[in-house]
Ligand binder design. Structure first.
Ligand SMILES: [Zn+2]
Length: 375
């Protein structure tokens, strides 16, 4: 990770680089701010910069042997601590989960605590909390007591120190206060106020604000292939967080899919186009169950909105412009005689999907029932 790969945050990048060139590297930094603003990425880029063998004026070189290892997160002097879950047969330390950590970080370091725990635990263990347990303290102390292998610096990145339990914190206090020569702690916190004061007081805090609008917008357009207008809308409600922006994009994609499928269903059922009706059924059975349930719920909302549209003349503010356009025309087909039957057909399907009924049969039935009601 190079500084240039980080979205926005120019001031922080410049300050970190300046602190190196003026010999003012602190032995423990705390990057804090809301999730999704690039704190992990900053810590990673800073670590890579410190160890780079061919530093540029404003960044690491990206090509020296050290940078190569940093890019893959396999540099022997770059250590990680992060919350883990307790799993039988595995020691509750970060090293037990280092493969999962590399996988998620290399894919995209802008991820949340939830993204991380979802990766670690299977469905049946969903309630498990990830924490930094006492065993981790021994690991931290041992790793830092070794001489550095290849770099001038030994770097210990601690993601979410607020998840560290008291026992673990107590054991590392001394090391944190007087770390071995050329050791740098890079802590990354989503919630500074939850960090134990004994830890917090031994760090130099660096507040990481939201990503600036322009940089975030540019990134969304380039990476997610969305229009300038859409990007601007998303940025407005994302608080400078790429994680929130990604969720918004996902929601709007799901929404588009739902509207498309709802229009297809109603059109095909109305025209009694049975052969295309069957391909519609196929489309539905190919998406996962959660999305199917969302779609069916979405159908009931649009049906009711279309019905109500006939009786009021004010704008339906929370529909997108595409939905509004559809509802305006479609409302003519939704009447007091058919609204309840249509909603019931959809709700019945949802009930059977929930209980793992045969999806193909459920959607085929649903299609024919709607056809009958719309005739
Ligand atoms: Zn380099």
């Amino acid at each position: 990770m190079r500084f240039k790969d980080i979205i926005g945050q120019e001031d922080i990048k410049n300050n970190l680089i300046k602190s190196y060139y003026s010999n003012r590297i602190s032995h423990a930094y705390l990057f804090y701010g809301i999730p999704g603003v690039g704190k992990k990425a900053l810590a990673w880029a800073f670590a890579q910069f410190l160890s780079c063998q061919n530093k540029q004026e404003n960044d690491s070189c990206g090509v020296c042997p050290s940078c190569h290892k940093y890019e893959k997160l396999i540099h022997p002097d770059f250590h990680f601590v992060f919350p883990v879950v307790t799993i039988t047969g595995k020691k509750s330390i970060s090293d037990s989960f280092i493969n999962e950590w590399r996988q998620i970080m290399l894919n995209d370091p802008y991820f949340s605590y939830n993204d991380w725990t979802n990766l670690l635990v299977s469905d049946k263990n969903k309630s498990k909390q990830a924490n930094i347990f006492v065993d981790e303290s021994t690991e931290i102390i041992n790793k830092l007591n070794f001489k550095s292998f290849e770099s001038d610096y030994k770097i210990m990145m601690i993601w979410l120190p607020e998840k560290m339990n008291q026992q673990c914190a107590n054991k590392i206090l001394k090391t944190l206060e007087e770390p071995p020569h050329n050791t740098v702690f890079l802590m990354v916190s989503d919630s500074r106020e939850d960090i134990l004061p004994t830890i917090y007081s031994r760090t130099q805090p660096v507040k990481v604000l939201g990503i600036d609008d322009e940089s975030l917008k540019k990134h969304l357009i380039e990476k997610y292939n969305i229009s300038l207008l859409e990007a601007a809308d998303i940025v407005k409600i994302s608080n400078g967080s790429l994680i929130e922006a990604k969720e918004q994009i996902q929601t709007s994609e799901d929404n588009k899919f739902n509207l498309q499928q709802f229009i297809a269903l109603m059109r095909l059922a109305y025209k009694k186009n049975i052969s295309e009706g069957f391909s519609w059924v196929d489309t539905m059975t190919k998406i996962n169950k959660e999305k199917q349930k969302n779609f069916l719920y979405y159908c009931t909302v649009l049906l009711r909105e279309s019905f109500v549209y006939n009786f009021r003349n004010f704008d339906i503010v929370y529909l997108t412009s595409e939905e509004k356009e559809f509802v305006e025309k479609f409302s003519a087909f939704i009447k007091p005689e058919n609204i309840e039957s249509l909603v019931k057909i959809i709700n019945d399907s949802s009930y059977h999907i929930e209980r793992n009924g045969n999806e193909k049969i459920i959607y085929t039935d649903m299609f024919f029932l709607i056809m009958k009601v719309l005739k």
